[in-house]
Design a binder for this molecule. Structure first.
Ligand SMILES: C[S@@+](CC[C@H](N)C(=O)[O-])C[C@H]1O[C@@H](n2cnc3c(N)ncnc32)[C@H](O)[C@@H]1O
Length: 140
């Protein structure tokens, strides 16, 4: 059952993943994300980095000025994140994002949804985004 939620072996590769930098094709994706976020900067500062992994994306978002909290289903990835920056990281142990309704102005994800193996999982995630995002919030 865990397998369908967790298709990649981040237990094994979390320390290698934490070495990844924002460069090459990653640079292009993050640059585009920064431009998009900048356009909507007036929306607000509270940001959820969904599937933050080892915190690479969370740290990047903080450099843009956001108050970013990272959540992830992999405790191994989160452990690596904490080792780098002791930031605000939170384990997602169920399908529910552990925050109240309308907690965030922005929900960000990078390279997460492409790992999903079912439409059901995708729908559940977007329902949760809808719940924890402010009415006029931004997700992408
Ligand atoms: C490719 S990594 C990307 C990490 C980070 N966003 C980055 O850009 O460096 C994908 C991350 O998504 C997480 N993930 C996969 N499915 C998830 C889910 N259903 N809920 C939360 N995180 C998930 C994985 O554990 C992994 O850490």
């Amino acid at each position: 059952m865990q397998r369908s939620l967790y298709p990649h072996n981040y237990r094994r590769f979390s320390s290698q993943y934490s070495q990844l930098k924002i460069e090459n094709s990653y640079f292009l994706a993050f640059r585009a994300a920064a431009e998009l976020l900048e356009k909507h900067r007036n929306i607000g500062n509270k940001l959820l980095d969904f599937g933050c992994g080892t915190g690479r994306s969370t740290r990047f978002l903080k450099t843009l000025g956001f108050e970013a909290i990272g959540v992830d289903i992999s405790q191994d990835m989160l452990r690596q994140a904490q080792q780098v920056d002791q930031g605000d990281y939170c384990w997602l142990d169920s399908k529910e994002i552990p925050f109240l309704e309308q907690s965030f102005d922005v929900i960000f994800q990078s390279f997460v949804l492409l790992e999903y193996s079912s439409l059901f999982q995708m729908i559940n995630t977007f329902e949760e985004f809808n719940r924890v995002l402010c009415d006029d919030g931004l997700t992408g």
